[in-house]
Design a protein around this ligand. Structure first.
Ligand SMILES: Cc1cc2nc3c(=O)[nH]c(=O)nc-3n(C[C@H](O)[C@H](O)[C@H](O)COP(=O)(O)O)c2cc1C
Length: 386
């Protein structure tokens, strides 16, 4: 893996400067690996950051003192620091982030348990998602308090949302960066929402109109797996990093992702997968997108939940993983290469830059100067006929 020195690395700015100012070790356009529980380790996050992206580790949802998730987070942050060659500089912030899910009852203990751990390890950013159980009621209060405490401690705060109103709430709470998560996303998300194509521009307009004097970063998440889809200031990818050499994804998930094509059809957005897994943490406001597998097919063809659960448990006990759940976004049909995370960052960035340059080559000189485009169009059509 490349080792980077955050103080020597020179940022390049192509788009908005806020994110490169906040994260001087990143290159533009900013590529972010999502915090994915069971996938995103310190090694994966460090590999992404070492290639000029911003890698997030998954901090989980259990804030009970001494919880296994918090102990593992501490170890993973130490691993990320070592991988980025910063072990002998404990006061230097580590250029990775940590993501947390807030809908577990123990989230009320965030400041008591997670915050001291973050202060001790000093990652550069903290990502929050799913304040619950009611994100507009008590969840909003909880999120406001946690964002305030994180800002007070000097962290840059990302809040992932799936609607314009939740984005507004996040900014009022003090978020520095809004992650607009569309319904193409893999894993958990707002049960009702829009895809990034409509969500990102509407959040942008809201930010420009309602928070004109304040710089807020906006990045897009959901269904993005390559450089052709970039349009925001930065892009978050989850599914794409499930399949990389540093990912902790088990073999059955890797196989399911490699085998899936036509992601809008081969994945489904539903609460069924949490039900069959017996996951209790997600409130009604959320559901999740996963690859359609045998269990979901049985569910769709009318098999009762009890029978389906029995089949699921029997398969699990027999070591047959054909009924296991693979969370994935609609971009899964394009995710086929199990390569190092840093190569994904480089590949997608280069693809995006090529795309932007290609689009710029279409902007006529006359248009840039503000002249009418009509004479040029006439000239072009004449040339074409000739
Ligand atoms: C396997 C998997 C696990 C995820 N786990 C989390 C998580 O722990 N916390 C979180 O905020 N988002 C989680 N997400 C959602 C991501 O933050 C992100 O919104 C999503 O991956 C973007 O869509 P994409 O998968 O199409 O790239 C997860 C996504 C996947 C695919």
């Amino acid at each position: 893996m490349d080792k980077i020195n955050p103080f020597r690395h020179k940022p390049q700015t192509i788009l908005r400067p806020l994110l490169s100012a906040l994260f001087p070790t990143t290159l533009q356009p900013l590529l972010i690996s999502a915090p994915m529980l069971g996938i995103s380790t310190g090694r994966l996050a460090a590999a992404v950051s070492s290639a000029g992206g911003l890698g997030f580790l998954a901090g989980g949802y259990d804030f009970t003192p001494g919880s296994p998730q918090l102990s593992s987070l501490s170890a993973e942050l130490t691993a990320a620091r070592a991988a980025l060659d910063l072990a002998d500089r404990p006061l230097t912030p580590v250029p990775v982030g940590v993501g947390f899910i807030l809908c577990h009852p123990s989230a009320s203990r965030f400041e008591e348990t997670a915050l001291p751990l973050l202060i001790e390890h000093s990652p550069q950013a903290v990502w929050l998602f799913a304040p619950g159980p009611d994100p507009e009621g008590s969840g909003a209060e909880l999120q406001g308090g946690i964002v305030g405490a994180l800002k007070h401690a000097g962290f840059t705060v990302f809040v992932q949302v799936g609607s314009v109103s939740a984005a507004r709430r996040a900014v009022v709470d003090g978020a520095d960066v809004v992650v607009a998560q569309g319904i193409d996303a893999g894993g958990h998300q707002f049960a009702r929402g829009a895809g990034v194509v409509s969500l990102v521009p509407e959040v942008r307009s809201m930010l420009d109109e309602e928070f004109a004097g304040r710089e807020v970063g906006l990045v897009a998440a959901g269904g993005i797996v390559d450089g052709r889809a970039l349009g925001a200031e930065g892009a978050v990818m989850g599914t794409r990093f499930v399949l990389c050499q540093e990912s902790q994804a088990p073999e059955y998930r890797r196989k399911a992702i490699i085998g899936a094509v036509d992601g809008g059809v081969s994945t489904v957005k539903s609460t069924f997968h949490d039900d069959i897994l017996g996951t209790k943490v997600w409130p009604e406001f959320y559901d999740g997108r996963a690859i359609v597998g045998q269990s979901y097919q049985d569910h769709a063809s009318g098999v009762s939940f009890e029978d389906n659960l029995q089949r699921f448990n029997a398969a699990k006990e027999a070591g047959d993983d054909s009924r296991m759940v693979t969370w994935a976004g609609t971009g899964v049909g394009l995710v086929k290469k199990d390569i190092p995370a840093a190569d994904i960052v480089r590949e997608v960035r280069e693809e995006a830059i090529k795309r932007i340059q290609h689009l710029q080559s279409f902007v006529p000189h006359e248009k840039q100067k503000g002249d009418s485009i009509l004479p040029l169009l006439r000239k072009r059509s004449k040339d074409h006929v000739a």
